[in-house]
Design a protein around this ligand. Structure first.
Ligand SMILES: CC(C)(COP(=O)(O)OP(=O)(O)OC[C@H]1O[C@@H](n2cnc3c(N)ncnc32)[C@H](O)[C@@H]1OP(=O)(O)O)[C@@H](O)C(=O)NCCC(=O)NCCS
Length: 172
């Protein structure tokens, strides 16, 4: 990794205003998990368990999560595991009635910017192969497919598309 620098030309500019008024991002804590797990269950065909979130909040020093709040209500969340300068985007979710307003893209970019502030220079994620619209969203902010993990979502028999952005392994 020594000597590799991230390319600035594609990096999203810092995002000033959210696309919806009154949105804030706050660090996720244990107190938020009842709501987060509810959103997780209604949003993902293979949701993370409460125990998985508990572990990341309590014990996983690599984990960094944020909630998106409006009118004191959690309407989204996202998180990374930061390993060295690599951030693994573990989850991103917008509550269903708030989707399609640009909040998902805004949360994704801000999560990356927050990750960058913590030292991330490259980002990776897995996404369900059939989640084509979300793959396009990731591509639009610089992610590219670098491989597949066969039957990664074995409960639903789907492969994961592995995507990266930032400095090598993928350079735009
Ligand atoms: C993925 C998710 C966070 C996107 O949030 P969102 O607020 O709807 O996204 P945005 O409004 O910012 O839309 C971003 C782009 O993605 C596209 N998009 C996102 N979800 C889409 C969907 N389900 N169907 C069609 N297009 C979709 C939008 O058309 C938009 O593209 P555009 O800017 O070119 O018009 C949200 O759909 C979600 O929480 N899904 C369930 C959880 C999930 O699958 N997370 C991703 C795990 S890898």
């Amino acid at each position: 990794m020594t000597g590799q620098t991230r390319k600035k030309d594609w990096w999203p500019a810092p995002l000033a205003e959210p696309p919806v008024n009154g949105i804030t991002l706050e660090p996720m804590t244990m107190d938020h998990l009842d709501v987060v797990v509810e959103l997780e269950i209604e949003s993902f065909p293979v949701p993370w368990s409460r125990e998985a979130f508990d572990y990341d909040m309590e014990k996983n020093h690599l984990a960094h999560y944020w909630i998106m709040v409006r009118d004191e209500t959690i309407i989204g969340y996202a998180g990374i595991w930061l390993v060295g300068d690599i951030a693994h985007l573990t989850t991103i979710c917008i509550q269903e009635t708030w989707r399609g307003k640009g909040l998902g893209r805004w949360l994704l970019l801000n999560t990356m910017l927050l990750g960058e502030k913590l030292g991330a220079r490259r980002f990776t994620l897995e996404v369900r192969e059939k989640n084509e619209s979300i793959i396009k969203l990731y591509e639009s902010v610089g992610y590219r497919e670098v491989g597949r993990r066969t039957n990664y979502y074995k409960e639903i028999g789907e492969d994961a598309v592995v995507m990266w952005t930032g400095s090598p392994p993928f350079e735009k």
